[in-house]
Design a binder for this molecule. Structure first.
Ligand SMILES: Cc1ncc(COP(=O)(O)O)c(C=O)c1O
Length: 419
């Protein structure tokens, strides 16, 4: 049999939708300046689907810093891995400033969040499999894939459930003791799909009873949570209980790349052992200098986060007042849970896009259980209260039609030709 034969039989959970949805629901092209209004399929739309939380993606100061660094250094500089020929004073400066921002001794830059996180887990865990990992059941793919790289035994605990975590910790501790290893607990700070906030306070409390190290993926908490935007640990006042803090530049920082922050001896170990960085080229200079600019703005412009939360609060309270179920969100991530079939969800999304020009992400079976639909909205500091009002009215109207069964039987916008 040819190795590739299987692909024509099973395109995978997302690939199965390629024919009907590519270019519209999957791989849509958002064009124009990054922000709340972008062009999609030839028309301007109100965008609620980019993680540009603080509105920095298109901020003139950010654009200038990126452009100046690019003009001076190009995209190639520095060439080579950090350890070989890719070190610069700006990389070191950014790490020092990120460490200070996160109230940690040291930090280390990563080229990508996903890849970096997998490599951190691989690197922290014993090569002979003696350590034990305990992780939240709703952990991001990068956490799951990082664990797959290790030989260590792992236990999942029910999402954010401290009783379940404690039970797992008892088993994990016993096993780790038998094997002569330690225990690593992994959670997200803010869960990117549901918007739930990781129970870091509860986990920190358990540290008094059990010996373990805590790794937090705060991709969505960095910049959005805590007094200074340092993230979910700061929000709960337990930053010092996070042993290894991970943040990405792909969301609030509106860039690409990521970092890990911890005690100096841990960062030193990661620097010399983390395969994703040792065997890969250094973060390009424009992103490094650009990230310094973004960090300075996050530190000195609290209004960015205030604007964000004004929009989040108006959107979430407006949706709740109109009877929408937003699940467990306590963060900026705003999932709207509806009941309906995949075809109803598609028709509703089509109407939101074509009639109301509202663009948001839609999640259906098999990513979530059959009969459920999630419309995931990402508010940003650059949205306005008028955008919120318009969206609330649109959602009110489409919900009434959904409840009346009209997306199954009624007249719905025609699937547009793709331009
Ligand atoms: C929780 C979480 N961790 C890690 C990542 C990966 O980050 P990056 O996009 O920087 O690779 C993401 C982004 O989707 C995320 O949501």
């Amino acid at each position: 049999m040819d190795l590739f034969d299987k692909f024509s039989k099973d395109a995978g959970p997302l690939g199965q939708y390629q024919k009907m949805a590519e270019g519209y629901f999957i791989f849509p092209k958002l064009e124009g300046e990054l922000g709340p209004r972008m062009m999609f399929n030839g028309k301007e739309r109100l965008i609620w689907s980019i993680n540009n939380y603080l509105g920095l993606a298109n901020h003139p100061e950010v654009r200038k810093a990126d452009a100046d660094a690019c003009a001076k250094y190009g995209m190639a500089y520095p060439m080579g891995a950090r350890a070989m020929s890719g070190q610069t004073k700006y990389h070191v400066q950014l790490e020092n400033e990120l460490a200070e921002f996160e109230q940690k001794e040291a930090a280390y830059l990563l080229n990508f969040g996903y890849q970096g996180m997998t490599s951190i887990i691989d690197c922290l865990c014993d090569k002979r499999g003696r350590d034990v990992i305990v992780y939240d059941a709703e952990a991001h793919a990068c956490i799951l894939d990082g664990m797959r790289m290790t030989n260590c035994k792992r236990f999942s605990y029910a999402h954010n459930d401290m009783e379940s975590l404690e039970k797992r910790l008892i088993n994990a501790t016993r096993l780790a003791n038998e094997q002569g290893g330690g225990v690593l607990v992994i959670t997200e700070g803010v869960f990117g799909m549901s918007g739930a906030v990781g129970n870091l306070k509860g986990i920190a409390e358990l540290k008094k009873k059990y010996e373990f190290r805590l790794l937090v993926d705060d991709a969505h908490g960095l910049g959005t949570m805590g007094k200074t935007g340092a993230g979910t640990g700061e929000h709960y006042g337990v930053q010092d209980q996070i042993d290894v803090y991970f943040g990405t530049f792909a969301k609030s920082f509106a860039g690409i790349g990521a970092f890990v922050a911890s005690d100096k001896y841990i960062i030193d170990y990661l620097k010399y052992n983390m395969r994703s960085q040792i065997y890969a080229k250094s973060l390009p200079m424009p992103m490094t200098i650009g990230a310094l600019k973004r960090l300075e703005m996050i530190r000195t412009m609290p209004e960015l986060k205030e604007n964000l939360w004004n929009i989040v609060n108006a959107l979430q309270s407006g949706l709740r007042e109109r009877g929408f179920n937003l699940g467990r969100t306590q963060s900026c991530v705003t999932p709207v849970f509806l009941n309906g079939s995949v075809s109803e969800a598609t028709n509703l999304a089509l109407e939101l896009r074509e009639h109301y020009n509202i663009f948001c992400s839609i999640v259906v079976y098999p990513v979530i259980p059959k009969g459920e639909i999630i419309f995931r909205l990402i508010p940003t500091a650059s949205h306005t209260l008028e955008d919120v009002e318009y969206t609330l009215n649109a959602f009110g109207e489409v919900k009434a039609k959904l409840d009346a069964g009209l997306y199954e039987t009624g007249s719905i916008p025609k699937f547009p030709d793709l331009v």
